[in-house]
Design a protein around this ligand. Structure first.
Ligand code: ADP
Ligand code: ZN
Ligand code: ZN
Length: 692
């Protein structure tokens, strides 16, 4: 028992209370034992018994209500570490969520259900399993390549940061794909492991975990590596969580939720592809795992390594201002060059009747070239399905979703119309539902149609598709990847999913067939995203040095003069970032301003709007509102989903801390006002929103 223990008697316990009941989620209970903060307990709450966490420093003023005793002490397991508690306090405060709601939500659901004796049994079984596996594990010495100069310099900086007593600046490992970033992660990991520390590695997408997991386990066969992601069963989730929490897992590799893994010996945090929007949780507590990783590293005084070829502008601005340290890997391993970027002007094509062809003839020739040499090509189109909409030329009917402000997408393989927002699915009608016309036509093109068309245009080519539809079934993703790696695929068609992280060695041509939409999107982050996506797609080509001179990336565009493509042609991230930052500065947008988005949803848009208007009026009467600017309510680009209308209102401030102070004062009042707005389905605040 440490000196920090909460003494027996009145003990504050954090429990999960219904959403938005912020103040009520720390309750006092009677304890017969002295307890360390972070101890898991079960306590009575109303008629139920729920999981709770003993906390410290959040005790409420005493009341005369007699305290109820703690029902179960789950102290057969070590308490959650103090720094974990501090991380959760910060996250709940910053993202304006209940402490109990967030803290318990990030624990495995199974853990929240166990009573003391079940947990004790579970732990006993775990230790037994571990003893059984340890003996059978072979440990062959892994091979590691000698680092090049840039990698050595980066590693030296990380070593230095780990040795410093003061918290080190976050580090940006800035290098294009194939520049050896992962190798640096592995070396930094090795150093951390050598000091008996645990390593947390975050990846943006579950699809990328098998690949990195493979590399990590191959490199560290004697260490225990666990993966934490959304596809685990509840039992697996509990198991991996326990291994991390007990300090038995040396490396935790996971998607965004893993940032909350309890790791008592944490020594290093790696955030791969730190710019990726998937790090932002899009419902409930809308936290950014990247930002929390940086905060956690600061709390725990361990180095944090953010890796990217195209850092987020937030991170880049921190580098420019000297808050973050940039470690550059400017060259690809083995001297491979980046592919030559060819920006093809679609307006130069002859324009016969009808829609333009999927691919320019010159691009088709380039694909045939690859085929004849036995090389692979990747054709990238960020839209899945066969066609984004079906259309009746006779009456103008289009395949709208009845429940959303969106078209339903035509999927040819199972002849369905599917809404990608609410899931509403129907068989394709044989005739136009409005006028009976038998000739309804797909308009536009998705990956399914592109694959079909390419198959016709390139007879004999072995095609494969890589998108959320084609990889859905169990094992499909792995099968497609294996086929590409084994050279059984000539042309791979895919959505952005294909551009991320995969180490395809034989691809010498990457083509983006329709990248223009993002140039004119209303979201201010769209160009940043598109640039990152295209750079990443380019990174799939020519990873083998001997093919590098023939490697090309094709961009088919109607806007060849656009600055985004010019920077891409020169692989010049810094120039692109500078121009974007200038735009952001003059427009008063992040990273030069801080945003929060208040969202409201109702069946009737007027109800949502009224709630937001009332919220703005409340703000106007508050002192703190001098520090913020509140914009009028507007519908988001997807204004209706599953028959619910959405409205949103932007709150902006030049100062992050003043925005925080304002929100902390404002939101509790909105909780109180909610009841006055009959018909409001829900409301929420999104701090640092990714899209507006
Ligand atoms: P990134 O993560 O930046 O895409 P990787 O670390 O995956 O780059 O490196 C790309 C390839 O080069 C991998 O196959 C890796 O094993 C290899 N590699 C990395 N560093 C070296 C090195 N110093 N010497 C030889 N090969 C290396
Ligand atoms: Zn019709
Ligand atoms: Zn829908």
């Amino acid at each position: 028992m440490s000196s920090d223990d909460v003494t027996a008697g009145r003990v504050p316990v954090v429990v999960e209370t219904p959403q938005h009941a912020r103040l009520a989620d720390v309750l006092d209970y009677l304890s017969e034992r002295a307890l360390a903060p972070g101890t898991l307990v079960r306590v009575p709450l109303g008629r139920r018994e729920v999981a709770g966490i003993v906390w410290q420093g959040v005790a409420k003023a005493s009341t005369d209500v007699p305290l109820r005793p703690i029902a179960q002490y789950l102290d057969c397991m070590p308490p959650l570490p103090n720094q974990w508690l501090a991380l959760l306090e910060f996250a709940a405060g910053y993202y304006q969520r209940g402490l109990g709601e967030l803290s318990l939500a990030v624990l495995p659901a199974e853990l929240r259900k166990l009573d003391a004796s079940q947990l004790a049994q579970r732990l006993k079984r775990l230790h037994k399993q571990l003893r059984a596996t340890v003996e059978s594990e072979p440990t062959t010495a892994p091979e590691e390549p000698p680092l090049n100069e840039e990698q050595s310099a980066a590693l030296a900086a990380i070593t230095q940061a780990s040795a410093d007593a003061r918290p080190a600046a976050p580090m940006l490992l800035h290098g294009v794909t194939g520049s050896g970033k992962t190798e640096v992660y592995l070396r930094a990991t090795k150093q951390s492991l050598a000091q008996s520390r645990q390593v947390l590695m975050l990846v943006p997408e579950i699809n990328l975990t098998p690949q990195l997991l493979g590399r990590v386990t191959a490199r560290f066969p004697a260490q225990r590596v666990v993966a934490m992601h959304s596809a685990l069963t509840p039992a697996q989730r509990l198991q991996t969580w326990l291994l991390a929490h007990l300090g038995l897992a040396d490396i935790v590799l996971g998607t965004r939720l893993a940032v909350f893994a309890s790791m008592p010996r944490l020594g290093l945090i790696v955030v791969d592809e730190e710019h990726d929007a998937s790090y932002k949780q899009q419902e409930g507590a809308r936290y950014s795992a990247r930002d929390l990783a940086v905060y956690r590293a600061h709390l725990e005084r361990v180095p944090v390594l953010l890796g990217s070829a195209t850092p987020s502008l937030e991170t880049w601005q921190h580098v420019l201002s000297g808050r973050y340290r940039r470690l550059a890997l400017d060259r690809r391993i083995g001297g491979a060059a980046l592919p030559r970027v060819r920006v093809f002007d679609m307006s130069t094509l002859p324009r016969p009747e009808g829609p333009p062809p999927a691919l320019a003839p010159a691009l088709l020739d380039a694909l045939r070239d690859r085929l004849s040499r036995g090389e692979q090509s990747l054709v990238f189109l960020n839209r899945r399905g066969y066609a984004p909409v079906l259309h009746c030329a006779a009456c103008g009917w289009k395949s709208a979703c009845a429940h959303c402000s969106a078209w339903r997408v035509f999927h040819k393989h199972d002849r369905t119309l599917r809404c990608h927002h609410c899931g509403f699915t129907e068989r394709v009608p044989r005739a136009c539902p409005e006028c009976g016309n038998l000739d309804i036509q797909p308009v536009g093109r998705g990956t399914e149609r592109l694959e079909e068309q390419l198959g016709e245009l390139l007879p004999g080519a072995r095609m494969a598709r890589f998108d959320a539809d084609a990889t859905r079934g169990k094992g499909n993703l792995e099968r497609t990847l294996a086929a590409v790696h084994a050279g059984e695929v000539d042309v791979l068609v895919g959505t952005q999913m294909v551009t991320k992280g995969h180490d395809f060695r034989r691809i010498t041509l990457v083509a983006a067939v329709n990248p223009d939409a993002a140039l004119f999107a209303s979201d201010f982050r769209a160009p940043e995203r598109q640039f990152a996506l295209l750079m990443q797609a380019a990174g799939r080509a020519g990873r083998d040095a001997d093919a590098t001179t023939r490697s090309e990336m094709w961009i088919q565009t109607w806007h060849p003069q656009h600055a985004l493509f010019a920077a891409l042609r020169d692989h010049d991230y810094a120039r692109f970032a500078a121009s974007q930052l200038e735009d952001r500065r003059s427009a008063g947008l992040p990273p030069f301003a801080h945003l929060a988005l208040l969202r409201a949803e109702a069946r009737d848009a007027a109800v949502a709007t009224a709630f937001l208007r009332a919220a703005a009026e409340t703000a106007a009467a508050m002192d703190d509102s001098r520090d913020v600017m509140i914009y009028p309510p507007v519908p988001p680009s997807m204004s209706r989903v599953a028959n619910i209308e959405r409205m949103q209102m932007l709150v902006e401030s030049a100062s992050r801390s003043r925005l925080q102070r304002f929100l902390a004062a404002w939101l509790p009042r909105l909780h109180e006002q909610r009841a006055a707005h009959k018909g409001l389905a829900r409301w929420a605040v999104d701090i640092d929103p990714q899209a507006i």
